[in-house]
Design a binder for this molecule. Structure first.
Ligand code: AHR
Length: 650
């Protein structure tokens, strides 16, 4: 009986495994289709900038949050030990507050503690630089600066004395003797007197490219490993602001960081269930740094500018049409800042900041996720000026917040006959939608603007763990969908997952491509999908057909195929969304000889699996180096729930 049961099971499995699919790949496809550029969508949401990419560890370093001492704690405060916040807006309009600290040498030492962004991450044996801009009339005082562990133990300290009577920046370095993920900074005030203090900072020395006061090395590393085609910044809804006053204004984010005006982050209050009253923008990561980052990681910079409209999900405030000029001027000035000669006003500022060479701006977004007539009207005004003065810049316009419906149709209908180069489409949808839409672009009108799939992510049902929404199901459905983007690379020329990053203890929106805490980063399964497509992009799409039709879900298979004409490599990308293995017989037409170089497989048995901060490598690509000659027809067995890329030399 046991044996009969066993035979039944094995014959069932055999049947499942050997249901065979014939797939034809034609290397001689004539279509001139380039696969889309896979880029990054960066927005300061989920503490991605302050508390994330920007390596500053002190929260509210210049006391400019709405509550001036938010993030700071006064220890042993009394009438002789305390902080007074002074406002000098006439002298320093953009960073007007500073702390006047009085302290006495009687009783317990007065201390200021900064809690960081949900704590501070310190790595054992790494050195941190403490900065303070200060002045005093009591030069005999001194400061002791400690890095504190999660349990308030000192991990290292340094002393600062000889502070002078005029404002000056001081810095001292401290080495951490242990690792802490939720550390703090403590400043103890010794002696009797007072100190004026501003811009109190703490940065790791180990930053991206070792730039002083720079970006978190590990996080930029993770971004660069995707080899992104472009970097979109600074968002997202943050571009729009809750109201126009709160909109992102790039000119406030450049120049000396001491003078960059702190602004509330629009995600501070957006979701009551994830409220973040301590979410502000210091703009230490501003437009200059975004351009530099793009250059560092080889990505084309893609700034998105406010078009005179605040978020239509919030106030929906719009600027009067006859007051739109300053917004358009901002766009013209940005082009000069990025590309202008060093003798131009804005080009000169770029050079002063350290980059005399242009940043080669070629793409510009006008508005983020706007819709309706008020947008079309404002976009048209931008287009008129920008296309006449800067025909070399490609313009990107919005198509609203969803992939279909009235707003979407209206935007396309209105914009398709303008000079816009790309329309930005957004889709946050469920996995079924992504599978069903693998053919979304097959019949798109080829005569209009191109498509920028500017924000997308597959959203599964709510789960408890923050990172849990980045499930294997979501990533697999995106992998299947992207085969459709590749096949239609002539219309969809750019694509980016959104949002990019999230702090595990401070997120507002999920899923996200990369999770991080104060010490480390987690690459999600969705990240690996993006990375696999980007690193195996090729430069021409070739046909991959079954029964002369593209694979868009027949028997749960999705596929695309590209070649690199220079290196003579073929990339076969195939997704099996079935719970069982499937055998596929590939026939490659048009090659004299074929060498199978490698197989990269991303898979997991359980569609709910995800990479979490405590289990970061549950799903990761398995790279099998093969390097073996194959015939023009060969068979492969695809794993259940898998995304595979075969790389061949031809
Ligand atoms: O990516 C998160 C948000 O989604 C973006 O800010 C916005 O453009 C979209 O609604």
């Amino acid at each position: 009986m046991k044996r009969i049961f066993f035979l039944f099971i094995t014959s069932f499995l055999t049947f499942q495994i050997f249901a065979q699919h014939k797939v034809d790949i034609n290397l001689k496809t004539v279509n001139n289709i380039t696969p889309p550029s896979y880029g990054l969508f960066f927005e300061d949401i989920n503490f991605s900038a302050d508390g994330g990419l920007y390596a500053e560890l002190v929260k509210n370093r210049s006391f400019e949050f709405d509550k001036p001492l938010m993030g700071w704690k006064e220890l042993n405060r009394n009438s002789q030990n305390q902080v007074l916040i002074i406002n000098r807006s006439l002298e320093k309009a953009n960073n007007n507050r500073y702390a006047h600290i009085i302290f006495s040498d009687e009783g317990k030492t007065f201390q200021l503690i900064n809690e960081g962004f949900r704590g501070m991450g310190f790595h054992k044996n790494e050195t941190y630089t403490f900065y303070i801009t200060a002045k005093t009339n009591t030069p005999e005082i001194s400061l002791r600066v400690d890095l504190l562990s999660t349990n308030d133990q000192s991990l290292g300290f340094a002393t600062l004395n000889s502070i002078e009577k005029d404002w000056k920046e001081y810095k001292i370095t401290i080495k951490a003797n242990e690792t802490a993920d939720k550390g703090k900074l403590s400043i103890s005030f010794n002696g009797q007197g007072s100190l004026d203090a501003d811009m109190i900072s703490l940065f790791p020395q180990n930053t991206w490219k070792n730039r002083e006061k720079g970006l978190r090395n590990d996080l930029v590393e993770v971004l660069s490993q995707i080899k992104p085609g472009f970097l979109r910044f600074p968002g997202g809804c943050i571009v729009e602001g809750r109201d126009l006053l709160n909109r992102y204004q790039w000119k406030n984010t450049i120049g000396d960081i001491n003078n960059r005006k702190v602004e509330i982050n629009r995600w501070n209050t957006e979701f009551s269930y994830r409220s973040a009253p301590d979410y502000f923008q210091s703009f230490g990561l501003g437009f200059y740094e975004y351009f530099l980052l793009s250059e560092d990681i080889g990505a084309t910079p893609l700034p998105i500018l406010n078009c005179g409209m605040a978020c239509q999900f919030n106030t929906g405030e719009v600027v009067a049409m006859d007051e739109l000029d300053p917004y358009i001027q901002d766009a013209l000035d940005l082009i000069e800042f990025a590309n202008g000669d060093i003798n131009t006003n804005w080009g000169k500022l770029r050079a002063t900041m350290g980059h005399p060479a242009p940043f080669n701006l070629t793409l510009l977004g006008v508005g983020n996720e706007q819709w309706d007539a008020q947008y079309i009207e404002r976009y048209a005004a931008f287009e008129k000026v920008l296309k006449s003065k800067h025909p070399e810049i490609k313009l990107i316009a919005a198509s609203g917040p969803s992939p279909d419906g009235e707003r979407f149709e209206y935007a396309w209908q209105q914009l398709k006959n303008t000079k816009v180069d790309l329309l930005d489409e957004h889709y946050y949808q469920n996995p079924e939608w992504f599978l069903k839409n693998a053919n979304r672009y097959d019949n798109y009108d080829r005569k209009g603007p191109k498509v920028f799939a500017g924000e997308y992510a597959s959203h599964v049902k709510d789960v408890k763990a923050a990172e849990g929404k980045n499930s294997w199901l979501s990533a697999l459905s995106e992998a299947a969908f992207i085969t459709g983007l590749e096949r239609n690379g002539d219309i969809v020329t750019m694509a980016s997952y959104a949002p990019l990053m999230a702090h595990v203890n401070a997120w507002q929106w999920r899923p996200d491509l990369i999770w991080f805490d104060n010490l480390k980063a987690v690459k999600t399964a969705n990240y690996f999908v993006q990375q696999m497509y980007s690193l195996n992009r090729g430069n021409q799409v070739v046909d991959i057909l079954t029964n002369q039709k593209p694979l868009i879900g027949q028997d749960s298979l999705y596929a695309s195929s590209t070649i690199n004409q220079t290196t003579k490599k073929l990339f076969v990308k195939i997704v099996n969304t079935k719970s069982t293995a499937q055998e596929v017989s590939f026939k490659i037409n048009g090659a004299k000889k074929l060498n199978l170089l490698s197989e990269q497989i991303l898979t997991s048995d359980n569609l709910d699996d995800f990479n979490g901060i405590d289990d970061p490598e549950k799903i990761k690509p398995l790279n099998k180096l093969v390097n073996k000659t194959v015939k023009s027809e060969f068979k492969k067995t695809l794993k259940p729930y898998s995304f595979t890329i075969y790389t061949l030399d031809f």
